[in-house]
Design a binder for this molecule. Structure first.
Ligand SMILES: Nc1ncnc2c1ncn2[C@@H]1O[C@H](COP(=O)(O)OP(=O)(O)OP(=O)(O)O)[C@@H](O)[C@H]1O
Ligand SMILES: [Mg+2]
Length: 285
């Protein structure tokens, strides 16, 4: 596939608004991103071209651990049903993300969430490795600023060589807005992502951005990183790349549609499936 990264992410956004109807014989790959702020399902074709995306905000994962198992099942079941209705395809096989440095016993819970809604989980993939499947970096750092955490992965020769994950992200920014304007958290969150409010809010959230950037500066120190690539929903706050570049001293760019990079990437590890069977099953039959 020769689509540019920007074009893939643009299509993913369009497919979130309008999922494709998918022919029963067409192979699909399904990825699930269980984040601290959002749960996302992405469906792509065999080449990674986005076909459908759905997401729902959900507080079911904290510090990389599924703390509300029943809640996670309910959210995933809802997203699965929505996508199955929209695409006309059953979602029976998928892969799921885990934050870097989560132990294998904690990652089993992610696996069980998928199985709890009738999806066979064929792989558990760490978030930066998933993100880099879309970004396709040879060298540099992937910085994933999500809701609860900031993950940093150093990429060399196309492979993730080190990762770290620290607790700070978009939820922290919403809490600061909530305190500054004396708003309930949900209203602060809504104000934070309102494009008309973001210029006014930049001075309020800049110290949190600087704190997150300091985490990144420390994580990349001595690694010879020449460029930082930001993903994760919080990277969409206008001005974050400039703050990151000024604190770290490293040129920084933000992926278009940063929230969808990891979900689309994890789908690339999924076994392609046609209706009623995986391709591998069919070939071995
Ligand atoms: N346009 C936007 N501007 C600023 N922040 C945004 C925007 N869109 C989403 N966010 C924030 O991005 C965060 C969610 O991002 P993402 O889905 O990448 O997180 P997550 O994967 O659920 O969390 P984590 O990676 O920490 O587990 C939320 O805090 C949300 O408020
Ligand atoms: Mg995430």
């Amino acid at each position: 596939m020769n689509l540019s990264i920007a074009e893939i992410l643009r299509q993913a956004t369009a497919r979130e608004a309008k999922p494709a109807r998918i022919d029963l014989a067409k192979p699909i790959k399904v990825g699930v991103d269980l984040g601290t702020a959002f749960t996302v399902i992405a469906i792509t074709d065999d080449d990674g071209k986005p076909l459908a995306v759905a997401k729902q905000s959900a507080d079911v994962v904290r510090d990389g651990i599924v703390w509300d198992f029943a809640g996670a099942i309910a959210v995933l079941r809802n997203l699965k049903a929505r996508l199955e209705k929209a695409t006309g395809r059953e979602l029976s096989v998928a892969t799921v993300t885990i934050p870097p440095n989560v132990s294998s016993s904690d990652s089993r819970a992610h696996h069980y969430v998928l199985e709890g809604v009738g999806i066979e989980c064929t792989a558990v993939v760490d978030e930066p490795t998933a993100a880099n499947a879309v970004l396709r970096l040879r060298d540099g750092a992937v910085v994933d600023v999500g809701g609860g955490t900031t993950g940093v992965a150093i990429i060399r020769d196309g492979k993730v060589i080190t990762t770290s994950d620290q607790p700070s992200g978009g939820t922290h920014m919403s809490l600061v807005i909530s305190g500054a304007y004396n708003l309930p958290f949900a209203e602060a969150e809504a104000r934070k992502i309102d494009p008309n409010m973001q210029i006014e809010l930049l001075p309020v959230v800049r110290p949190t951005m600087q704190k997150i950037s300091t985490i990144v500066r420390d994580a990349v120190a001595g690694q010879g990183v020449e460029r930082i690539h930001m993903v994760g929903g919080t990277s969409a706050f206008p001005g974050f790349a400039e703050v990151m570049a000024s604190v770290t001293g490293i040129p920084t760019e933000i992926a278009p549609e940063p929230m969808l990079v990891t979900p689309l990437g994890v789908a690339q590890w999924a076994r392609p499936v046609v209706e009623g069977a995986t391709i591998a099953d069919e070939r071995s039959a």
